[in-house]
Design a protein around this ligand. Structure first.
Ligand SMILES: Cc1cc2nc3c(=O)[nH]c(=O)nc-3n(C[C@H](O)[C@H](O)[C@H](O)COP(=O)(O)OP(=O)(O)OC[C@H]3O[C@@H](n4cnc5c(N)ncnc54)[C@H](O)[C@@H]3O)c2cc1C
Length: 249
């Protein structure tokens, strides 16, 4: 385990940003800790002097909001995957797509801890929740010393400051996930998520690049004990077709 020299639990976003901006120590945000704590334990997050625990920030609410004149569902960055599954509006979105995706993300104890912001920042290659957010057309609110910015998830690069919310369109008709995994409860090897928005359908893929991507983006599938690059590449067409057929039905 890395030896941390500092632990902070601020209660406001400006206070958290000020701590993260310090140059005398390298402090990193800690949300649910499901990824970061493991990385600190295995020393795969080198150079970290301490953490800024985001748990005291008022960023856990899930609520409807009007952004740029359009109604949307705002998921606070600290909402856990369980919060999302238990929220009536979020759980109903696209026929329960987020609930299905969250269940693929991990067991209930993981869902009780892992946060929406953590999913977005970690951008794990096999994250079905991330792929579902992409297919839903999510936009990410980041807050830094420069102010607040809203960026489509598909265009999100390195994060300046903190992710504070994820915005989803409220009117989404249907969604579907097609996946292959070693067991039904396991993380996917490859998955395709399709979402119907009016007359158009958006598909996102996971397990085929360094992070989940929208269909059409260049693929660079990993080659590991779960599946070779060639196998993952060949599964994309099958899963895309299954997800599209299900969402059309
Ligand atoms: C048993 C197990 C199974 C897992 N299965 C999956 C899986 O199937 N799919 C998957 O994608 N992941 C999986 N993970 C990894 C992990 O659960 C996810 O990446 C999770 O979403 C991270 O969320 P968190 O809130 O715990 O983030 P943390 O671990 O607290 O943080 C993750 C990273 O994001 C940064 N961060 C967190 N919140 C913010 C914020 N608001 N603003 C800026 N930076 C922030 C942190 O600094 C850190 O770098 C698994 C982990 C475990 C232990």
């Amino acid at each position: 385990m890395a030896i941390l020299k500092e632990y902070h639990k601020p209660t406001s976003v400006p206070e958290a940003l000020a701590l993260l901006a310090r140059t005398d120590v390298n402090l990193v945000p800690l949300a649910g800790g499901t990824r970061l704590v493991g990385a600190l334990e295995t020393r795969t997050a080198p150079g970290v002097d301490g953490v800024v625990d985001l748990g005291g920030l008022p960023l856990r609410a899930i609520q409807t909001a009007i952004v740029d004149g359009a109604p949307c569902l705002s998921l606070g960055a600290l909402a856990t995957l369980t919060d999302v599954c238990e929220h009536e509006g979020a759980a109903a979105l696209a026929g329960g797509l987020l609930v299905q995706a969250a269940q693929g993300e991990g067991p209930v104890n993981l869902r009780n801890q892992a946060t929406v912001g953590g999913v977005v920042v970690a951008a794990e290659q096999d994250s079905e929740v991330y792929a579902a957010l992409l297919a839903l057309g999510a936009r990410v609110v980041t807050t830094s010393a420069a102010g607040e910015m809203v960026t489509p998830l598909a265009d999100l690069g390195a994060i300046d400051g903190l992710v504070t919310a994820v915005l989803l369109p409220e009117a989404v008709e249907a969604g579907a996930i097609a996946r292959i995994s070693r067991t039904p409860a396991d993380r996917p090897i490859v998955a395709a998520v399709a979402v119907r928005h009016g007359t158009s359908t958006r598909v996102a893929l996971c397990g085929v690049a360094a992070r989940p991507v929208l269909d059409g983006a260049p693929l660079d599938p990993p080659d590991d004990y779960k599946g070779s690059t060639a196998y993952r590449r060949s599964m994309v067409a099958v899963l895309r077709q299954r997800a599209l057929a299900e969402v059309a039905a």
